[in-house]
Design a protein. Structure first.
Length: 477
């Protein structure tokens, strides 16, 4: 095998690759005509369990149409729940096969997936991977230990209005090696990974049985069950779905719930890859009195991922009544009907709810897309520590996008605001804006410069790449 210049240098210097991020040149199999790289990262750990996120990159010149990643699991490791790939294990041999919406990897592109697992041994990592039988280069990295920082309120500085600069986009060079900070994967990060309220992280129905609902009645019966469960469904179902604790609900084949979904007095829930379309309403008052398409109330450790949520009556997706430890990722929010009440995402229902909401309502929004029709609340916050990073805003004709309300601290980081009005404003809260992209925007961009330090690890991509990555990856597939 012919060694690349990088490999000769590594051998000559005797460099020992540490677990904290090996970076290797791609190994190309000339017979198969396929070249690939894999980055495997342990991103969360609890007791005897852990979460791993995997990025598969096509470094060849032709698309990979259909892929299976294979590796040997270190001794004592057993795969549990997976997302964005079908993962199976036979002894120590593990394979992850694409799902229908991510089967193709364009030349120079990548796909990602994740899984949870348990281990009876050390937290070791696989030594090598193959894609469709071809050995790949890549790297591994263990979980970083991140201290939990306590946010304190700094005496309020005077809010400033920043004049809008002309947005510039930096050309993105084609990578030839796995980057030190790989592209953000579709695994769980953010507040839903943080220990609290009796749970160490969010695992949904992991460890329970896997079932498939053929109709709405079956879906509701499974979702209300007291047992942990992974529930799959497809097609269009209609009704109000109530979800109990320890559930994972995964849609496929354009799965749609026409109506609304409620999570109340529950914990440890994952909702993934389906559309919720709210029922119609005629007037402002009727809509305001109606249901949110998705509502989370008095619940904690909830992960909302790859959903498309549209046309909610009161709101698209509201979080209130002391809910906490929530991550919202890779989802889309908008309105396709021209109704009067088009307010998308509200966190905290009232300034008078301090007895239930103070110290809670901690939420992460990342890689979401607010598109046409949304007028405001993207999100509008109260009380919590809200981290909003790598989101896309293209809701032209809106009133405002993000608003920090009563006693909330909002970190607005590396988002892309394109053609919208008032990217961010204040309403008795604090907001710190960091490295956002403002392109053809009007109105206020108000910040106090005060926020908080997130108590979890994450890699935020540049705001200049958010438009393309979020449009390609967000929403139900």
């Amino acid at each position: 095998m012919k060694l690349t210049t990088a490999r000769r240098w590594m051998l000559a210097t005797g460099l020992v690759t540490a677990l904290i991020g090996a970076i290797k040149s791609p190994i190309t199999n000339a017979q198969a005509g396929l070249s690939c790289q894999v980055n495997y990262a342990i991103t969360n750990q609890w007791g005897s369990g852990f979460q791993a996120d995997v990025v598969v990159r096509n470094t060849g010149t032709s698309a990979i149409n259909g892929w299976t990643l294979a590796w040997s699991a270190p001794s004592g490791q057993q795969i549990g729940q997976s997302w964005n790939a079908t993962v199976s294990q036979n002894g120590s041999q593990v394979s992850a096969k694409n799902v229908d919406w991510n089967a193709s990897i364009a030349a120079g592109g990548n796909q990602s997936f994740g899984f949870t697992a348990t281990t009876t041994g050390s937290l070791a990592v696989p030594s090598s991977f193959t894609v469709n039988g071809v050995v790949c280069g890549g790297g591994v990295s263990p979980t970083a230990t991140v201290p939990v920082a306590t946010a304190t309120r700094t005496p309020g500085p005077t809010a400033t209005r920043t004049p809008a600069p002309t947005a510039t986009r930096t050309p993105v060079a084609t990578a030839t090696v796995v980057p030190t900070n790989p592209p953000v994967s579709n695994g769980l990060i953010g507040w839903a990974t943080v220990s609290g309220a009796g749970l160490s992280t969010t695992t949904g129905g992991a460890g329970g049985s896997t079932v498939t609902a053929a109709n709405f009645s079956e879906l509701q019966n499974y979702a209300k069950s007291s047992s942990p469960m992974i529930i799959k469904f497809s097609g269009t179902l209609q009704g109000t779905l109530t979800v109990a604790s320890n559930k994972t609900i995964i849609g496929s084949n354009k799965a749609l719930i026409q109506g609304n979904v409620k999570v109340s007095n529950a914990q440890n829930i994952i909702l993934q890859n389906f559309t919720i379309n709210g029922n119609s309403c005629a007037s402002y008052d009727e809509c305001r009195a109606g249901n949110d398409a998705l509502g989370i109330s008095n619940s904690h450790h909830v992960w909302v991922d790859h959903l498309t949520i549209t046309n909610g009556q009161d709101g698209n997706f509201d979080i209130n009544n002391g809910s906490d430890f929530i991550t919202v990722s890779w989802s889309k929010f908008g309105y396709t009907t021209n109704k009067e009440h088009r307010f998308s995402n509200l966190i905290g229902s009232s300034d008078d709810s301090g007895s239930t909401d103070s110290g809670k309502l901690n939420v992460t929004f990342h890689h979401n897309w607010w598109f046409a029709g949304a007028m405001q609340r993207m999100p509008r916050t109260r009380f919590g520590k809200i981290h909003v990073f790598n989101n896309l805003y293209t809701a032209t004709g809106n009133d405002y996008c993000v608003s920090s309300g009563y006693q909330s601290k909002l970190l607005l980081e590396k988002n892309a605001f394109i053609g919208v009005n008032t990217p961010h404003r204040l309403h008795e809260g604090d907001l710190k804006a960091v490295d956002n992209l403002y392109q053809n925007t009007t109105g206020d961009r108000i910040s106090t410069g005060v926020a908080f330090t997130p108590p979890y690890s994450y890699n935020a991509e540049s705001a200049s790449s958010v438009n393309s990555s979020v449009q390609a990856g967000a929403g139900a597939k």
